[in-house]
Design a protein around this ligand. Structure first.
Ligand SMILES: [Zn+2]
Length: 683
């Protein structure tokens, strides 16, 4: 869901093994700036820059059994987990944290997740009130009211109800309805007929059956129920947008008042549904996929109450299986991690519980995290870097040959107004309305979700809080928010290898500089460019400039469509377009910023035998060193709007003229050399 509101730098790449050392806030552990030992210099950089930079590392770093990939992010992610662990275990072992304090909540939450004896003993017992709710359903209205009841706990059988800025009036916050209902990662999984997708569908059906058996259905009944769920999901999938359609902000903007909602899907009792969630006063909502809601409405007529009850049972258990007894957890893991991603075994429990605790009590932990692990110097230096990057992008826009003056004026105004958040929020969330007890892990999670649901829905109709953060400080990620026209860099990503106080400037500009440039460019990619400086969906482009932009984007789509990452698995140039534009723009703007930073200074001397300009590109390519399981890669190509790591390097550098200046040995005739005429200049 968040993917739609936030365009995020990478992630999901966040997995791997780690046995790294802890550190304290004032003495950050030294981290190698750039490691030449990772390279394979027997490879011609013109044939495969990714392998040239990372070849030795790729050979020496197999994927651990409890990961679906291994990459540079893991190293940071695992070090970060160790930091968060210090905070959480301190709270968990505390005997004197006052009842109701953040510390008590963090400790109790974590301990409830680690108490596997109790969790295994109880099975689905903590979920009794939800199963009873389904059991009591008699009519199709009851089906919807049960769905709305679940919604209050952010279990969303039909759609997610949340709030966000109105894309055409960004000062207003309105309700949003985002379709759900599918147990497979993406609509194509229900229809594609290649061998690997067919196998996944078969295994999914088996998984459904096994879950119903765990819920104590007789095998024959479980089999029937599995096929009911599959049939219903397939029907919903048929009506769902493709992931490319989902990226169209005009197409997904359908603000409807109650009359409009009733017209769109009269079978859904909208007013009663909203009332049941506790928000009877909702007057309008944005519906992302009208087609889906129409179909959902139709199915309220065509499917029996009993089929819907089966559907609800599946939705309930699928949302909670990872947090209850081992049998459910294991079956859930087998399908979602092993079958879909190739991961062989589960990560240690403390890591899983830590992630959930950190997600549920995000800012409560974030506040302690920042005090301990985020030095003020990092915030200052990062803020200065962002200003340099802004200056660089401004210069690039001013000098763009293809764009006319009127569009430039608007683009520059948008850049000027772009907000920047670094590290952590100025004011912290209040968790006093959230009760955490040692009664049940899964109920702690669901109560936290209920707390989040009220938090988002209470915002409807209120002014936008510009100080608010969507990501927690400990998050290893970065983002651009189109409705806010704002870039955000949580403390979590401001660490090596992205941001390295010990590294030379060229290496930092190639890493965190590129990240900043990438996020800024999201304000001007095929999606972001449709929003203006105030975050409103408004076309500020002249017709001619819009056409020229699309022409350049079309070159990128075509280029990326040709990358075959596995046998018959190609990158989807349209799906990944926004990220590819941001990668190309990010590297270009970061390189220009690095050049600006050198003005008036003596040119840096080579280090490790590489010039500073080479180190800039090597640093960029080394950030993306990745080994990934085949199953995971196949899934990503279908679902991830980011190109695979290798393509994020090789798809980018050969389009950048400065790369050829840095590596003059790369010439025509090399495998990936691209003639100047075929290199699109966008930003
Ligand atoms: Zn991005």
């Amino acid at each position: 869901m968040k993917k739609l509101i936030v365009v995020i730098l990478t992630l999901a790449l966040l997995q791997s093994c780690g046995n790294n050392v802890k550190k304290t806030g004032d003495t950050l552990k030294k981290y190698p700036a750039f490691d030449v030992h990772n390279m394979d210099t027997t490879i011609n950089p013109g044939n495969d820059f990714f392998a040239y930079t990372n070849g030795t590392w790729l050979k020496n770093n197999p994927i651990p059994a409890d990961k679906n990939s291994k990459d540079a992010f893991d190293e940071l992610f695992e070090r970060n987990r160790e930091n968060i662990k210090e905070i959480i275990t301190d709270a968990a072992s505390s005997k004197d944290a006052p009842q109701g304090s953040n510390k008590q909540k963090i400790g109790t939450f974590y301990n409830s997740g680690m108490d596997t004896v109790k969790i295994n003993e109880e099975g689905i017992k903590p979920l009794k009130k939800f199963f009873d709710k389904i059991e009591s359903v008699r009519t199709i209205e009851d089906v919807q009211m049960a769905g709305a009841y679940f919604q209050k706990y952010s279990i969303s059988p039909f759609f997610v109800l949340f709030s966000n800025q109105d894309s055409k009036n960004s000062n207003n916050i309105i309700a949003q309805c985002y379709q759900t209902g599918l147990g497979l990662p993406e609509k194509d999984y229900y229809f594609n007929n290649d061998e690997s997708t067919k196998m996944i569908r078969e295994k999914y059906l088996e998984h459904l059956k096994k879950m119903f058996i765990l819920l104590k259905d007789e095998p024959a009944v479980a089999e029937k129920n599995a096929s009911i769920v599959m049939r219903m999901e397939t029907q919903l999938a048929k009506a769902s947008f493709s992931n490319v359609e989902n990226q169209d902000p005009q197409k997904t903007y359908n603000k409807l008042d109650l009359d409009g909602l009733n017209k769109l899907a009269p079978e859904i009792k909208w007013q009663a549904y909203f009332t049941q969630t506790g928000y009877s006063g909702l007057k309008d909502a944005n519906v992302y996929q009208p087609r889906f809601f129409k179909e959902l409405g139709t199915m309220m007529k065509t499917e029996t109450v009993d089929s819907w009850k089966t559907f609800l049972r599946w939705q309930l258990i699928n949302s909670t299986a990872s947090f209850i007894s081992k049998d459910f957890e294991k079956q859930n893991f087998d399908f979602y991690y092993t079958t879909l991603s190739g991961q062989e075994k589960m990560e240690p429990r403390w890591k899983l519980v830590l992630d959930v605790t950190s997600g549920s009590l995000g800012e409560a932990i974030g506040q302690l995290y920042v005090e301990k692990f985020f030095p003020p110097a990092a915030k200052e230096r990062m803020t200065a870097l962002v200003m340099n990057l802004k200056k660089s992008l401004k210069q690039r826009i001013e000098n763009l040959a293809w764009m006319g003056p009127k569009t430039k004026e608007e683009a520059l105004a948008k850049l000027d107004k772009m907000g920047v958040k670094v590290g952590y929020p100025n004011k912290w969330r209040d968790y006093s309305g959230l009760e955490i007890t040692s009664d049940s892990y899964v109920m702690n999670i669901l109560n936290s979700q209920a707390f989040e649901f009220r938090f988002t829905m209470d915002k409807v109709g209120k002014p936008v809080d510009r100080e608010e953060w969507d990501m927690t400080p400990q998050t290893v990620n970065a983002g651009y928010y189109p409705n806010r026209n704002e870039i955000v860099f949580p403390a979590g990503i401001l660490q090596p290898p992205f941001f390295n106080l010990d590294a030379d400037d060229a290496v930092n500009y190639g890493a965190i500089g590129m990240v900043i440039g990438h996020e800024m460019t999201h304000g001007f990619d095929n999606y972001g460019r449709q929003f203006d400086k105030d975050g409103n969906l408004r076309d500020w482009w002249t017709k001619e400039d819009s056409r020229l932009f699309d022409d350049r984007a079309a070159i990128l789509i075509e280029q990326y469509n040709h990358y075959e990452v596995l046998d018959s698995a190609f990158v989807n140039g349209k799906l990944t377009l926004g990220e590819n534009i941001a990668d190309l723009g990010g590297i270009t703007v970061a390189y220009n910023a690095y050049k600006l930073s050198l003005e008036g200074k003596e040119a840096p001397k080579p280090i490790d035998g590489f010039s500073d300009k080479q180190r800039f590109f090597l640093s960029y390519a080394q950030i993306w060193r990745t080994n990934m399981r085949e199953a995971e890669l196949r899934k990503r190509v279908k679902t991830d709007e980011h190109s695979p790591a290798k393509v994020r390097i090789n798809g980018v550098v050969y389009n950048v003229p400065e790369f050829y200046e840095a590596f003059p040995s790369v010439k025509e005739g090399d495998k990936l050399f691209r003639p100047a005429a075929q290199r699109p200049v966008i930003w």
